[in-house]
Ligand binder design. Structure first.
Ligand code: NAD
Ligand code: UDP
Length: 311
């Protein structure tokens, strides 16, 4: 049955793919964004659809809407952007999530919170299971995001226990794909843009740190499954289990773009996690979650997007 769905951060990378998928499924979509890291361009092709509505709004301010479901995706995800105004990042995660939970409570909507693998910090358990409580610096440059998201999870579970709000919590691991900003600052888009422009590929540290990269389509399917799963609040990890060093990623991007760019090494930022890989057992068992797009194939699709969209 068609639902009225609010997607905060709907003009961003993940949010715009969610808008598209949920519109295709026949729902009414309210896309809400303050356009900090989101772009109208990402949802331009949806604006003519009578079931799609766009609202410029900041979730740190209250809003009253009638909806059945809320995907709370609003928050810059790239370290460069979330560190550019750290207090705003905390407000978005804490005040913003409270406002969205308050809305969910008022109109009896289900809220899905986009949490992150960052809540595990620089993990001492590998791969990371949902039962791991994490290793997070409370006063570092990543803390505004890590701690903000940790509080957002706490708020969800307290609104559920205390106010009976129907919540779902997902922990997203590094996801990439079309519609990331060219100047987003995250590693996959950085390397692709550098390779296509023939600029140096900037590895931070020695490149031995690892991440497990998930293509956006796999993730978005998992997000929607979790929203519509009955009787399971989460948290659940969503991502891809294939782990790569940052150096391997750089080499793969150079290979797939046929670039003449050379690799250079810059200092590793503070608190940069040494390794990260999701344990997806729960997602597979509860949501029948499957990873369909390996990194090599996802990179080809993402490179094609940037080839078309770079000036
Ligand atoms: P993104 O930066 O592309 O999108 C975030 C969107 O939220 C943007 O459109 C931005 O303008 C909007 N926004 C930010 N603050 C807002 C505010 N206060 N009010 C209204 N809108 C606001 O990032 P993304 O990769 O699409 O990430 C979406 C969500 O998923 C974020 O909550 C992020 O923390 C989470 N996440 C993403 C990843 C990933 O790898 N992509 C990993 C972990 C978690
Ligand atoms: N990174 C890098 N070069 C870049 C951008 C990022 O080597 O131009 C590294 C970064 O230090 C980190 C990894 O790539 O170890 C992933 O960084 P990203 O910002 O994409 O995500 P996160 O650190 O939040 O996982």
């Amino acid at each position: 049955m068609s639902k009225r769905i609010l997607i905060t951060g709907g003009a961003g990378f993940l949010g715009s793919h969610l808008c598209e998928k949920l519109l295709d499924e026949g729902n009414e979509i309210i896309c809400l964004d303050n356009f900090h890291t989101g772009r109208k361009k990402n949802i331009l092709h949806l604006l003519d659809n009578p079931r799609f509505e766009l609202i410029r709004h900041d979730i740190t301010e209250e809003i009253r809407l009638e909806v059945d479901q809320i995907y709370n995706m609003a928050c810059p995800a790239s370290p460069v952007h979330y560190q550019s105004n750290p207090i705003k990042t905390i407000k978005t995660n804490v005040l913003g999530t409270m406002n969205m939970l308050g809305l969910a409570k008022r109109v009896n909507a289900r809220l899905l919170q986009a949490s992150t693998s960052e809540i595990y910090g620089d993990p001492k358990e590998h791969p990371q299971r949902e039962s791991y409580w994490g290793n997070v610096n409370t006063i570092g440059i990543r803390s505004c995001y890590d701690e903000g998201k940790r509080v957002s999870e706490t708020l969800c579970f307290d609104y559920n226990r205390y106010n009976n709000v129907d919540i779902r919590v997902i922990r997203i691991f590094n996801t990439y794909g079309p519609r990331m900003l060219a100047d987003d600052g995250r590693v996959v888009s950085n390397f692709i843009v550098q390779a296509l422009r023939g600029n140096d590929i900037t590895i931070y540290g020695d490149g031995s740190q690892t991440r497990s990269f998930c293509y956006v389509d796999d993730l978005v399917t998992g997000i929607v499954s979790m929203m519509n799963k009955e009787g399971f609040l989460g948290p659940v990890n969503l991502g891809n289990e294939s782990e790569f060093t940052v150096k391997e990623l750089a080499e793969l991007v150079i290979e797939k773009t046929n670039s003449k760019s050379k690799i250079i090494y810059n200092p590793l930022p503070q608190d940069d996690p040494a390794r990260r890989k999701p344990d997806l057992t729960i997602a597979k068992e509860k949501l029948n979650y499957k990873v369909n797009v390996p990194l090599r194939d996802g990179l080809v699709k993402t490179i094609a997007y940037f080839e078309k969209n770079l000036n």
